[in-house]
Design a protein around this ligand. Structure first.
Ligand code: ZN
Length: 223
């Protein structure tokens, strides 16, 4: 059955007007954003999908997760991921060693890309998240939180630790049978870091962070 889609034509007086509207990510219905109370969420009246929520508890939870994420990120990067035994010799593989080996072997572009996608960008996201959630918690710094949110939106699509984890798993499966492999502490730290990263990146949307900034910092400074 074909669904009738009604398109609402609106005159845009200035681009800021668009900030007052939100499109449902499931059925693409346009909604006007209305203020909601702390702990509540707004849903689409067509399909019921969540449009946005305002939950100050999210700040504490996300701050704690970002700090834990940073600890596991450090562990994952500076300790061996796997120990491989080749002809009686033990080889310890760390993320930083893998990146530098790529660069040393002449794979400059791949090495630099890996450095940004699995080290620099994830680290930047964690640091931005920790500063941002701390400032939201303290309800301070209108301008700096805006800069952090814009920067976060630019970096987020380029952080790929989950894809890196999958590629390690694929490589390990291929090596099983040929060499003796022992998982290092960093391997488990990487799994926990990736799970935390997925939660923060996928569950806490940038639009929700803008709403939290609006309610926790801007409205407070107006009062
Ligand atoms: Zn919808």
């Amino acid at each position: 059955m074909n669904k009738l889609v009604i398109i609402i034509a609106m005159k845009i007086k200035n681009e800021d007007d668009l900030d007052n509207y939100i499109i449902c990510h499931k059925c693409f219905t346009l909604h006007k954003i209305i203020p909601i109370k702390d702990g509540y969420m707004a849903s689409c009246n067509e399909c019921g999908a969540m449009l946005y929520r305002y939950d100050t508890k999210l700040v504490d939870k996300s701050l704690a997760l970002s700090i834990s994420g940073l600890i596991f990120f450090i562990l994952a990067n500076f300790f061996p991921i796997v120990k491989i035994e080749i002809l009686g010799h033990d080889q310890f593989i760390t993320i930083s060693k893998t990146i530098f080996t790529l660069i040393d072997s002449g794979f400059y572009i791949v090495g630099i890309l890996c450095m940004f996608l699995i080290f620099i960008f994830p680290l930047m996201i964690l640091i931005i998240d920790i500063i941002l959630f701390t400032l939201l918690k303290l309800r301070r710094s209108k301008k700096f939180t805006k800069t952090l949110l814009v920067l976060l939106a630019h970096i987020l699509p380029w952080s790929m630790p989950d894809i890196f984890l999958i590629s390690i798993l694929v490589a390990l499966v291929k090596l099983i049978g040929y060499v003796q492999i022992d998982m290092g502490m960093a391997f488990y730290a990487l799994i926990i870091f990736v799970l935390i990263d997925i939660y923060i990146v996928k569950k806490v949307k940038i639009s929700e962070l803008w709403i939290l900034r609006e309610n926790m910092i801007l409205k407070r400074s107006k009062n």
